[in-house]
Design a protein around this ligand. Structure first.
Ligand SMILES: [Zn+2]
Ligand SMILES: [Zn+2]
Length: 340
C-alpha cells in the first residue's frame, strides 16, 4: 500500500469459471466506518459460494463486488467507537457481515435468518484483496492453535458445516452420511467423529475418499452409492440436487437430511413412500449465527481439527476457483496474500 491503492479481484462478468468472470484490479484501500475495523488480509479461504457468485448462480449484489468471506488478517485501523480489538490483533471475517438486529429473527437468536442481512463478499467487498472492512461485532477472535491458512476455512466451511451437523439432528453415537467431501465436509466429519459418530462418505473424487479414510471415516463410496448401514442423519455438501434422492433413501426411519449449500441444482420429483414417509425430514441450512461461530471455533480448537488446505497466491484466485469447479482441490483452497 504505497500509493493508497491495493490489489483486489472482482466479479466483472458472471459466467462459467472457464470464461474468466473475475478480473484483477486496483482499488483504493478502504477506510473503516463507525464500529468497524480495517483488516490487512493474510489469507482468504475459497468457498464454493464464491464460485456460485462468479458463475452467476448467486446474482452479485453490486457491480465489481470483491468475493471472499473466510478472511484471516490483522487489524490495522479502527473506525469511530471501535474498541473490541487492538491494532495487531488477528481476527476472522466471516460470511455474515451484519444482521439488522431488530427483525423478529434477530430478536429471537436466529440472526442467520435475518430479513435484511449483509454478507461479506456478496453485499460488501470481501477478502480477495489486500484489505477488507468488517463490523467488529461480527468478526471473530481466532484460536491460536491454528495457523492463518488453517484458520481461514474454519470461518465458513467449518461454521456452516457445524450448523449443518446440528440441523441434521445426529443422535449421540449415531450414523452420519456425508455426500460430497470438500473443504466443509472434511471439517464437519471430524467434529462428528469427535462426538462419537460413525461417518460414511459418498463422493465421486478418489482423492477425497482417501482423505476421508485417513480422517477416520467408517466407509467411503461413490457419489450416490448406498452406505453400508442406514443413516440416522445425512448432510448433502455437493450442490447436486439429484443426490437428495439417494440420500433420503439411505436414511433410517425418523432420519434427517440437511442440505448445507447456498445453491443446489434442481431436485427431481420425490416419491413420498420411498423418500419421505416414516418421518424422514429434509431441511436446508441458511448462513449461521455468531453463536454457531463461537461454539464451532471452540470445538475446533478443542478437538483439534486437522485442516487440509491447498494454498494459492492471491494473484491466482481465478485458478483456485477453476480448480474448485473441476474437483481438483483436495481439502480447502486458500489464497495467501504475500504482499506484506
Ligand atoms: Zn434481522
Ligand atoms: Zn462460504
Amino acid at each position: 500500500m504505497t500509493d493508497g491503492s491495493m490489489e483486489a479481484w472482482a466479479v466483472a462478468s458472471a459466467g462459467p469459471i472457464d470464461s474468466h468472470p473475475l478480473r484483477r484490479l486496483r482499488r483504493a484501500v478502504p477506510d473503516p466506518g463507525p464500529g468497524q475495523v480495517r483488516v490487512h488480509v493474510r489469507v482468504c479461504g475459497v468457498c464454493r459460494t464464491d464460485l456460485h457468485l462468479a458463475e452467476g448462480d448467486l446474482v452479485p449484489k453490486h457491480d465489481l463486488v470483491v468475493p471472499g468471506h473466510e478472511v484471516v488478517g490483522i487489524v490495522d485501523r479502527h473506525g469511530e467507537g471501535s474498541k473490541r480489538f487492538a491494532d495487531g490483533d488477528r481476527v476472522g471475517v466471516p460470511w455474515l457481515a451484519r444482521s439488522c438486529g431488530s427483525c423478529r429473527f434477530c430478536l429471537n437468536r436466529r440472526e442467520n435468518l435475518c430479513t435484511a442481512p449483509l454478507f461479506t463478499g456478496w453485499d460488501v467487498d470481501g477478502g480477495y484483496a489486500e484489505y477488507v472492512i468488517a463490523d467488529e461485532a461480527f468478526a471473530y477472535p481466532l484460536p491460536e492453535a491454528f495457523s492463518d491458512e488453517e484458520a481461514a476455512p474454519l470461518l465458513c466451511a467449518g461454521i456452516i458445516g457445524f450448523r449443518a451437523l446440528r440441523r441434521s439432528r445426529l443422535p449421540p453415537g449415531g450414523r452420519l452420511g456425508i455426500y460430497g467431501f470438500g473443504g466443509s465436509a472434511h471439517l464437519t466429519a471430524q467434529v462428528a467423529m469427535a462426538e462419537g459418530a460413525r461417518v460414511h462418505v459418498m463422493t465421486r473424487s478418489p482423492e477425497a475418499r482417501q482423505l476421508a479414510l485417513e480422517l477416520g471415516a467408517a466407509s467411503v463410496g461413490g457419489a450416490d452409492d448406498r452406505p453400508p448401514e442406514p443413516l440416522d442423519s445425512a448432510i448433502l455438501f455437493a450442490p447436486v440436487g439429484t443426490l437428495v434422492l439417494p440420500a433420503l433413501e439411505a436414511l433410517e426411519r425418523g432420519g434427517t437430511l440437511a442440505v448445507a449449500g447456498i445453491h443446489l441444482s434442481d431436485i427431481p420429483p420425490l416419491d413420498y413412500q420411498r423418500h419421505l414417509f416414516q418421518e424422514r425430514s429434509l431441511c436446508s441450512v441458511t448462513a449461521n449465527t455468531r453463536h454457531d461461530g463461537q461454539e464451532f471455533l471452540e470445538a475446533a480448537a478443542r478437538i483439534p481439527l486437522r485442516v487440509s488446505t491447498v494454498a494459492y497466491p492471491l494473484d491466482q484466485a481465478d485458478r483456485a476457483l477453476a480448480d474448485l469447479a473441476h474437483d481438483r482441490v483436495n481439502g480447502a483452497a486458500v489464497l495467501v496474500n504475500g504482499n506484506d
